[in-house]
Design a protein around this ligand. Sequence first.
Ligand code: SME
Length: 158
Amino acid sequence: MAEEIIVPERISKTEKYEVLILQLKPLVESEADVIANMANLSAALKEVFGFFWVGFYIVRGEQLVLGPFQGPVACTRIRYGKGVCGMAWKEKKSILVPDVDKFPGHIACSSLSRSEIVIPVFHHGKIAAVLDVDSEFLNHFNKTDEKYLSEIAGWIKF
Ligand code: SME
């Protein structure tokens, strides 16, 4: 299949996710390498939605280590329970942060990031990575993002 994602600009967020998923799911399912899939997922989400930063942090022992991403250079290591990513790992759930300045312990890799959503990636019932998406706009993410990003993160197989 063509390695190109085509999603119209002037459709709703829900429609964009639906159109994106139709193209992205076969691409991910036909590739077994987790790094390659994380890289393409990050690129596709950044391209379609223009998010400020999209990427993965991978569990390595007691820390999250930066994985494939799209966007500005970011912090490389996050400790268990620290920041939004570390908290999503600790609490084993997605965290939606409408205003990062109001999240105690938020790790500001960039001062331009204003809101954020973090989705856990599970492997054999344990968190193996997190998908982190940041926006330079306040209150950018909602339950629609959580629903579709959770579906997308669920395709990641280690
Ligand atoms: N803000 C995140 C850290 C990762 S960067 O934003 C890319 C956090 O608080 O976990």
